[in-house]
Design a protein around this ligand. Structure first.
Ligand code: FAD
Length: 413
């Protein structure tokens, strides 16, 4: 028997849930709102875990979505250190790890993602870390305080940002990755080489086309051994080998899972069950700005905006999610990468500006149409990029030449 009843149950203590709570109230919802989150901290800006917070330049409270008092002022109840363990969508009830059972009117699933773990020999040695939470960032900061050599496994944005942060703190950071260039999987080899060279210019060592074979050490890790035979000294290791959407609860509740592994949703972010919404990393939604294709994106800005769209639709507004997904990544204080897209596949890249000058926009086209754009030092190009992605029309040769020409006005396209 349910122990209590709430109007809006938000499952997951991340940004998507937090912003949903905020917009429910901003749009006038006067029913009860309960947000259930497994972590001990209230919702916070997870990206800080690789950036200022990791470097000790930002206090824990500064990463919080809102100050503690705000939740009470908004009459949003936070149940932290608590998991939802089961959902019964017919009965509209949720079981909690606290043994309570909640009956709900509408529910948002925003359970985020889990890190992909690498089960190799030596993986249980001390000082081998993954990074998803503030608690993980605390542990890495502590482990690297007196460390000289830190090895990062993986060349995606987690490995690159942590390497940049640690190098700023004076550590010797080494990246080992399967790709030939950092960030290559998302942004291609040319842009990837730019980021690899940037890291190397700041003292980071990068080994591509290789992979982790095993860890060696007595109690704690001492060496990383790679498949190509490298033996790298390591006082600590941070693994950034990707994430998988945490859809266990959704799956057990019988919700439809899409091809990209997320909870399959409409453009309103409603799942296969009525009054059940999904947002953030787990949400695989029909995207009007991608011609109705289903996309699933693990970006901060997407989680944030999904929260608002879900709130609007919980309130019956019929508001499709029409925002072009945006991603940013910060390399210490050297610069910021920004990206709109995503391009899952492309057959042409056009550079506006130049990698050599450290100021460029790299356009990703498929069959002549812009699918994505990556910028470094040229944020002003992003609005045009969003417009071209939504428009989706193939560009002719003259138009493509304009993309490359820094003196051309993109508004003319
Ligand atoms: C270290 C790091 C750095 C990042 N940097 C960037 C960046 O620079 N730019 C960018 O665009 N994106 C970045 N991201 C990605 C971005 O942070 C995520 O896309 C975003 O946080 C997703 O928000 P979410 O609300 O969907 O999920 P999450 O933030 O993962 O929140 C989900 C929460 O729900 C909890 N939960 C799961 N299951 C249950 C359950 N059954 N019951 C209760 N609680 C549950 C989880 O413990 C978690 O606290 C970064 C991510 C990480 C880990």
């Amino acid at each position: 028997m349910p122990t209590r009843k709430v109007d809006y149950l938000l499952i997951g203590g991340g940004l998507a849930s937090a912003n949903c709570a905020r917009w429910l109230r901003e749009e006038g919802a006067d029913g009860s709102i309960v947000l259930v989150g497994r972590e001990p901290d209230p919702p916070y800006n997870r990206p800080e875990c690789t950036k200022a917070y990791l470097r000790g330049e930002e206090a824990r409270e500064e990463t919080f979505f809102r100050p503690d008092a705000w939740w009470g002022e908004q009459d949003v109840e936070l149940l932290l250190r608590t998991s939802v363990t089961a959902l019964d969508l017919d009965a509209r009830t949720a079981k909690l790890s606290s043994k309570d059972e909640i009956e709900f009117g509408q529910v948002l699933l925003a359970t985020g993602a889990n890190v992909r773990r690498l089960n190799v020999e030596g993986c249980h040695l001390e000082q081998i870390h993954y990074l998803r939470t503030l608690g993980n960032a605390d542990a890495i900061r502590e482990a690297t305080k007196d460390a000289e050599h830190v090895v990062l496994i993986g060349g995606s944005y987690i490995g690159c940002e942590v390497a940049a942060s640690l190098s700023k703190l004076g550590k010797r950071a080494t990246i080992v990755m399967q790709e030939s260039a950092t960030l290559e999987r998302g942004f291609g080899a040319s842009a990837g080489r730019f980021f690899g060279e940037l890291l190397e210019a700041h003292g980071v060592t990068v080994y591509g086309e290789d992979e982790l074979e095993r860890f060696e050490g007595r109690e704690r890790v001492e060496q990383v051994i790679t498949r190509a035979g490298l033996q790298l000294d390591a006082d600590a290791v941070v693994i950034g080998a990707g994430v998988t959407p945490d859809v266990q609860l959704a799956q057990r509740a019988g919700l439809e899972i899409g091809e990209r592994g997320g909870v399959r949703c409409s453009a309103l972010l409603e799942s296969s069950a009525p009054d059940v919404f999904a947002a953030g990393d787990i949400c695989e939604y029909e995207s009007p700005v991608h011609g109705g294709a289903h996309v699933r994106i693990e970006h901060w800005d997407v989680a944030f905006n999904h929260g608002k769209t879900a709130a609007l639709n919980m309130l019956g507004n019929d508001a499709p999610h029409t925002i072009v997904p945006y991603f940013y990544s910060v390399f210490a204080d050297w610069g910021e990468l920004e990206y709109v897209g995503p391009a899952y596949a492309w057959d042409e890249e056009i550079v506006r500006g130049s990698f050599a000058d450290g100021k460029f926009t790299n356009w990703y086209l498929d069959a002549g149409a812009v699918k994505a754009a990556l910028t470094w030092g040229r944020s002003d190009d992003l609005d045009a990029a969003r417009r071209l992605i939504v428009d989706g029309a193939p560009l002719d040769d003259a138009q493509r030449a304009k993309l490359a020409d820094v003196d051309s006005d993109l508004d003319d396209l």
